[in-house]
Design a protein around this ligand. Structure first.
Ligand code: SF4
Length: 256
């Protein structure tokens, strides 16, 4: 392993043994599904809109979503009824994207979309890898990093402030500032929710604070994960076996 991404860190924090099974032993790793296909297609529309490309957004979404569905491995079950519903949901989200961007940032200039990060981690020989969905600048001199997230009705306040969820933006901000040599004080971070089943406000931006202390904590977690992975310490986090959505390996041959 020469680098680590946020999603790998998230898997490790969920359960170090789960990380081993999926990322090292490569057992039954996540292969995608209709939800990730939907996310990819809507993300792609958002990207084109930010770049102010002239295109038929609805048709582009329908075609991209169909391509993403057909690219799923043959053993991934796809519910065609759900796919049809998602086409309708995507068509409702798309017209709200530009208005939501303008309402939230008012005036802004796009600096980058899908910005790649491959940055050295201080105190470790591994790199941090990631892609920042969008970077925009506003006239007050601030730079804003944001990440599109597709979801169903939205996120509750617990999820919006969840430490591990928001560490994604904290780490992106830290390594973005390192890459661009920008003062972190001038950078703000946000999530942009793209809500499939909401009846209104289908695109919602909200700010996530990523200050000095939180950045230190996120980096500490990253280094702890790297240290444990490097030393093949794969402790089972039994709290994750049945909590939340649970773990697919619970009581299977891989994790009896
Ligand atoms: S079943 Fe529990 S201990 Fe086993 S990998 Fe999953 S979360 Fe970890």
């Amino acid at each position: 392993m020469s680098h680590i991404s946020y999603s790998e860190l998230k898997d490790w924090a969920f359960c170090p043994f789960y990380h081993k099974l999926t990322r090292i032993d490569k057992i039954d790793g996540f292969k995608g599904n209709a939800y990730t296909a939907f996310g990819t297609a809507v993300h792609s529309v958002c990207e084109k809109k930010l770049l102010k490309e002239e295109f038929d957004d609805e048709q582009y979404f329908i075609d991209t979503f169909a391509d993403c569905i057909s690219d799923l491995p043959s053993d991934v079950e796809v519910d065609s009824g759900l796919v049809d519903q998602m086409v309708g949901q995507g068509k409702e989200i798309i017209p709200e994207i530009e208005d939501a961007l303008e309402d939230y940032f008012e005036e802004f200039e796009v600096m980058a979309v899908e910005m790649p990060l491959m940055e050295a981690i201080d105190g470790d020989d591994k790199m941090f890898k990631g892609y920042i969905d969008a970077v925009v600048a506003t006239p007050d001199g601030k730079v804003h990093i944001f990440d599109w997230k597709t979801c169903s009705w939205g996120w509750d306040s617990k999820k919006k402030s969840d430490k591990l969820v928001t560490y994604q933006l904290t780490l992106y901000k830290h390594f973005f500032c390192q890459k661009m040599n920008i003062d972190p004080k001038d950078v703000e971070t946000h999530f942009a929710l793209l809500k499939r089943t909401a009846k209104k406000n289908r695109v919602e931006f909200f700010r996530v604070t990523s200050g000095v202390k939180k950045t230190e904590n996120a980096l500490k977690l990253l280094r702890t994960a790297l240290y444990n992975i490097k030393n093949s310490r794969y402790i089972k986090n039994r709290l994750s076996c049945t909590g939340g959505y649970g773990c697919k390996f619970y009581k299977t041959e891989h994790c009896p």
